[in-house]
Every structure is written in C-alpha cells, then in structure tokens.
Write a protein that binds this ligand. Structure first.
Ligand SMILES: [Fe+2]
Ligand SMILES: [Fe+2]
Length: 474
C-alpha cells in the first residue's frame, strides 16, 4: 500500500483509514492525469513560489516555497471538531451535529457535495490557457496559487465522498474528473462554470464575482448539521479569501492604470483610451455586467422547494446562520422576491423558507456592492468623472423569475427587440473581447515588469519585493 500520509498532508488520520486509502489509490493517479491534461497549460516544469497548507494551525497554513505544481501537496484538512456542536437550524435544531450521514438525507447531501465539488476543477479548466498572456510574474504566480487551491478544494469534496458515501461516492468522485468545462457532451454542472475565461480581465472579474459565490455557498454549507461538511468548508473559506483578493485587486489595478493614462493625456473617449493600450472604463463596466449577471444565476430559482428542504433538513443554512436572531426554523417568516407582471417588476412576499436562494443572493449582492464601491474610489481619487454601477438584479438572467424577460441594467422591462438593440452597450461584444485580447497577446515575465494595461500591486507576495522571481521557468 502506498504511504499517502507522507504525500498528502492531512488531519483526518489518513494513515489509519484503510477504506479511504484504497479509494485514493484509484483516484489520486486519475486526479494527476486530470491535472496534467487540464491544469495550467505548459506549466508542469515551472517552479512556482506557492503557499501550501500543511496544518490547520495559523502558522501551518501559510508555508511558502518553490514547488513544481504537479508536486504540490494537495492536503485534506478539516477545521478541528467542536464536540458540543449542534444542528443549529431546521427541523433537527438542537440535536447533536451529525458525524455520519443521516440515511434519509444521503442522496441530497451527496448532490450538494458533488455540485460544490464540480465547480473546483471547472475553474481550473476555464483558466488553463491564461499563463500564456500573464501581465507579470506576480500575477502568473497568483493564478497558479488559485489553481492549486481549487485543486485542493476538489480534494476536500472528494474526501467527503470517499469517506462517507461508499461506492456511489467513489463513482461521483470519478465523474468529477470526467466532466469538462464547456464540453457539449459532458459539461460541468453549473452554467457560469461552462463560460470561457478568455482573458485576464475576465479572470479577475471571475475571481471577484464567481469565487465570491463560492464563498457564500461555502458559508451556507459551513452551517450544515453534517459536521464533516461544515468543518471542511470552514477550512476552504480561508483559501477563498485569497482568490477574491486576486480578483478585486486585479480589477482595481486595471482601473487605476486606465485612469492614470486618461489623466496624463487628458482624454476620456473610449477609443482614445484604447489607442494608448489600456482598457477603457466602459469595457470594464460591460465585463462587470456579464460576470455579475451569470454569477447571480448560480444561486438558483428565487422560489425553491429544494432550498426549503435543504434548510429544514439541517443540511444547508443561511449566511451567518448562528449570528441571525430569529427562530432558525422559519415556519412563519416571510421574504420578498421579485417577479415580472404585465411589464412591471413587482415585489411579492413568499414564505421565507422557499426564498432562501434569493436571500443568499441578496447577502452576496450586498458584499459585491461594497467591492464595487472600492473600485469607484480608485476612479474618484484619480478625478475621472465615471460611475461604475451594478446592474439591476433582473438584468441578463437565465434562471429564476427574471428568466425569459428582457431587463435593462437600469431595471426597465423591455421588449426582446429593444433589449437586443442595446445589448452591445451593456455586454462585451466580440470586438471588445478582441480588443482586450489584443493587449494580452504575449506574457510579461521579466521580474518586476508589468504589462502596460495594469498597475503594479501595492506589495508583493509574503513580503517579497515586486521584482522577486515568483516563477522559475528553466
Ligand atoms: Fe474553490
Ligand atoms: Fe476559489
């Protein structure tokens, strides 16, 4: 038997769990095959200055050093167990938290874990070609860090499948390596994870908007009465924070650079801005509109009996469930959702239990709005008269009450024809993509150098200077 304890840092007593060891003997080589095929293109021999989690202690979590990514030590970590933890919401509120899967919830719990797990390799697939056009060595290192951590998140979900779901868990774990982002025959489960991430502006938007959906889903699952899922998600959240940091600062640095050029040359016409090799703010707004709207769909239907079941069963809570001051059962509570009636958007009160998707989406929107306000400050500080706005939540939606309706970013209900006529002002066009990609035709990898279209970050990784050699190519 292979000694996985050495290869795989863990706090799940892997060395003594023969069932898990046997499952990993099949899955680990398949995972490596997937990484070689679908991980970052042409990166296998690079030595990358990465952070590796080797324990859940604060200092064990941030070990930095050069690693070839195929040798990255994908670990299995759960937040330490709280012996007194209870199920904190739903019909089982007050019971001791479950350490094994409750039989009656087995299939929905497996579905929840598979759906979360599927997003992790999907984003690695979506981003695999971006190394060839990176704006700096610093950014190249950051995308690789995000990619190995998404790989680890897959490991985290596969651990749960292997450890708690027997043979069907093993089959699901294999399917997680078989689906492919954007594939027509065997796509990833959720829509946004089948969209291409064709350039670095899209990558930063994705990590700001879509990794933050990951955060909110993980927060809801961290409340789960199934304790191993809760503890797994709590540890994953520590990594998600870095992904969102990469996204927020990436977009912020692009905005900063565009504003600098606009001020220096005293111009604001988008085509003049583009002519100087930076991205005009109008195009940034369009990318924002796209990534925001496709990510809102990930929360699912506004009114959902599945969401109600997940909650009542104690499997998936609300954002910060235990901090909320109500009965945590929600049998009487109500919540507003929106629907389009006779060409108007109207609020409608529904049982709160059925509106939990919408509620999580609203919590997400609140946090997104704060981030967009921080981007706005960069524009304001530069003295550029431009306002970035979040579109109406009904804009460009394919799931929920707004699906099939044509809502403008300002929230007007339009006919399909008039919406389509203005679509090119709201969402990136093929020309916009071509322009952005024209700026990113090659990679910038001289230590300390940055592409013209992006400002350097405020500081380097782990207190290293900006001209540190974050990636060694050989
Ligand atoms: Fe993740
Ligand atoms: Fe992430």
């Amino acid at each position: 038997m292979i000694n996985y304890t050495e290869k795989i840092p863990n706090n799940v007593d892997l060395g003594r769990d023969r069932v898990l060891q046997r499952a990993l003997e099949h899955w680990q080589p398949a995972y490596m095959g997937w990484w070689y095929d679908m991980g970052p293109d042409e990166s296998h021999n690079y030595e990358v200055y990465l952070r590796t989690a080797i324990s859940v202690e604060p200092d064990g979590w941030a070990q930095f050093g050069y690693v070839k990514m195929p040798d990255y030590r994908w670990g299995i970590f759960l937040q330490p167990r709280d012996e007194k933890r209870e199920v904190n919401f739903g019909a089982h509120k007050g019971q001791a938290a479950w350490q094994e899967v409750p039989g009656e919830y087995r299939s929905i719990l497996r579905r929840i874990i598979v759906t979360q797990g599927d997003t992790e390799p999907a984003s690695v697939e979506q981003q695999r070609m971006l190394g060839a056009s990176c704006p700096s060595m610093y950014d190249l290192r950051n995308i690789f860090q995000v990619n190995v951590e998404e790989g680890r998140h897959l490991w985290a979900m596969v651990y749960l499948l292997h450890r708690y779901f027997g043979r069907d868990g093993r089959e699901e774990a294999e399917s997680l390596l078989a689906r492919r982002s954007g594939d027509t025959d065997n796509p990833r489960i959720l829509g946004a994870f089948n969209e291409p991430t064709p350039d670095w502006l899209a990558f930063y938007m994705f990590t700001f908007f879509t990794d933050r959906d990951g955060k909110f889903q993980l927060c809801a699952l961290a409340e789960s009465g199934f304790d191993p899922l809760s503890r797994t998600c709590r540890f994953m959240l520590t990594e998600e924070a870095h992904h969102m940091f990469v996204g927020e600062t990436g977009v912020s640095r692009i905005i900063q650079r565009s504003c600098e050029v606009m001020k220096e040359h005293k111009l604001d016409d988008p085509s003049d801005v583009r002519a100087l090799g930076v991205i005009d703010l109008q195009t940034i707004q369009k990318y924002l509109n796209f990534h925001y709207s496709v990510t809102l769909d990930l929360y699912g239907s506004d009114v959902s009996s599945n969401a109600a079941n997940y909650f009542t069963s104690g499997l998936k809570g609300r954002f910060r469930e235990t901090k909320l001051e109500d009965d945590h059962v929600l049998s009487e509570a109500e919540y507003p959702v929106f629907e389009v009636v006779d060409g108007k958007i109207l609020a409608k009160t529904v049982p709160a239990l059925t509106a939990l998707n919408e509620r999580l989406r609203d919590d997400y929107i609140e946090e997104i709005a704060d981030g967009v306000a921080r981007w706005q400050r960069v524009i304001d500080n530069a003295g550029v008269p431009f306002r970035l706005t979040l579109p109406h939540k009904g804009f460009h939606r394919e799931i929920g009450n707004f699906a099939g309706h044509f809502i403008s970013p300002q929230g007007e209900v339009l006919s399909e024809e008039s919406w389509k006529k203005r679509e090119s002002q709201w969402l990136p066009t093929p020309e916009d993509h071509a322009f952005v990609q024209s700026l990113m035709s090659g990679r910038v990898v001289e230590p300390g150098k940055f592409a013209n279209w992006i400002a350097p970050p405020a500081r380097g990784v782990n207190n290293q200077p900006l001209n540190f050699e974050y990636v060694r190519f050989h």
